[in-house]
Design a protein around this ligand. Structure first.
Ligand SMILES: Nc1ncnc2c1ncn2[C@@H]1O[C@H](COP(=O)(O)OP(=O)(O)OP(=O)(O)O)[C@@H](O)[C@H]1O
Length: 328
């Protein structure tokens, strides 16, 4: 047989080189007709197998980026590659390998959950009608909707509608899932369910790219993250490294907080804040044993002395100099 391959040309085209990122953009820019610069020179790298959180407050350019990645709108300048292919030129070859949930799923309320999926599957020319029932049943099972499959979609809760949208994205095996604010509008239980589902999908090797304005959500499910603000990329990388980049906080618990605060400042602790019996600040670049000894020598009664690990939120504040606006 030699060099002959049984693969469809389309599949061969979208096979990325080993180690090649699933999404890579270079200087990607979108200026809307009204003049609004929504995405400004974005260099984004999404490694294969990652759960990648695309984080930013409302209006920071996340949806615009996702639309460009999916070939729905043209960039003003710069390039985007998805699964090793240039977008939007290769949209037709790339999209069959991508499951997307963007701005809420389009569902027919008068059809049952199962019939909505049958409709989606029938609209896919590559889907074999003989195996349709099996595909639909397994997608329903995947998202935990088997018991509710016969109910009309209009009777579904928002969380169930999101899960049905995910089931539609999962009818075919996908190499990449793109989820735009998948937990938006859900109650805490619904959010937990979607997070658990994302983790499960990622555990079989699918790369998941999800946008969110909720820092906590990204910290809980993502291996990697990128932070956007006003159309620009502030930082990206493994979540553990992003948090490690920010220094932890020194927390001293004591019945003598005023005296402790004074000594800590003398010892080079910055941004000292006192709340009740806790004194917190940014640890200095020196042996903390000496700082502790200085407190004790000055007669401060120390009940607790620890460095709290930095969170992703600390990293964000350190990078932008402002708090993360979680409103909206
Ligand atoms: N079709 C459009 N025409 C003009 N401006 C737009 C258009 N779509 C978005 N914008 C503007 O571009 C900027 C980025 O919007 P975008 O929707 O990409 O942000 P986002 O981070 O996804 O926010 P959200 O979570 O609110 O959707 C905003 O200032 C928005 O008002």
């Amino acid at each position: 047989m030699g060099e002959v391959s049984a693969e469809e040309p389309e599949q061969r085209e979208t096979r990325a080189e080993p180690g090649e990122p699933v999404i890579a953009t270079h200087a990607l820019t979108k200026r809307y007709r009204g003049g609004q610069l929504a995405v400004d020179g974005l260099d984004l790298t999404v490694p294969a197998g990652s759960v990648f959180g695309f984080l930013g407050p409302n209006g920071s350019g996340k949806t615009t980026t996702i639309r460009m990645l999916m070939g729905l709108i043209e960039p003003t300048s710069g390039t985007a590659r998805v699964l090793g292919q240039p977008m939007p030129r290769a949209t037709r070859a790339v999209l069959p390998h991508v499951g997307a949930l963007i701005e809420g799923p389009a569902l027919y309320g008068f059809l049952s959950g199962r019939d909505n999926l049958i409709r989606y599957d029938s609209a896919d020319p590559a889907a074999d009608p003989r195996t349709r029932r099996v595909r639909v049943a397994s997608a329903l099972d995947r998202v935990g909707l088997t018991a509710a499959a016969g109910k009309k979609a209009k009777a579904y809760s928002l969380g169930m509608k999101q899960r049905l949208g995910l089931a539609a994205a999962l009818l075919q095996p996908r190499r990449l899932l793109v989820l735009d604010e998948p937990t938006n509008g859900l109650d805490p239980q619904g959010m937990r369910e979607i997070r658990a589902l994302v983790r499960e999908l990622a555990s079989d090797g699918t790369t998941v790219f999800l946008s969110s304005h909720l820092l906590d959500e990204i910290a809980q499910v993502c291996t990697h993250a990128a932070v956007m603000a006003q159309g620009r990329l502030i930082t990206q990388g493994p979540v553990a490294e992003l948090s490690a980049g920010a220094r932890g906080r020194l927390v001293v618990t004591t019945p003598d907080p005023a005296e402790a605060a004074r000594i800590l400042k003398e010892q080079g602790v910055a941004d000292v804040v006192v709340t009740d019996d806790r004194v917190m600040g940014e640890p200095p670049d020196r042996d903390l044993a000496e700082v502790n000894a200085a407190l004790v020598t000055a007669g401060v009664r120390v009940r607790g002395f620890m460095v709290e690990r930095a969170s992703l939120e600390d990293a964000f504040v350190a990078l932008t100099g402002e708090g993360f606006d979680v409103a909206g």
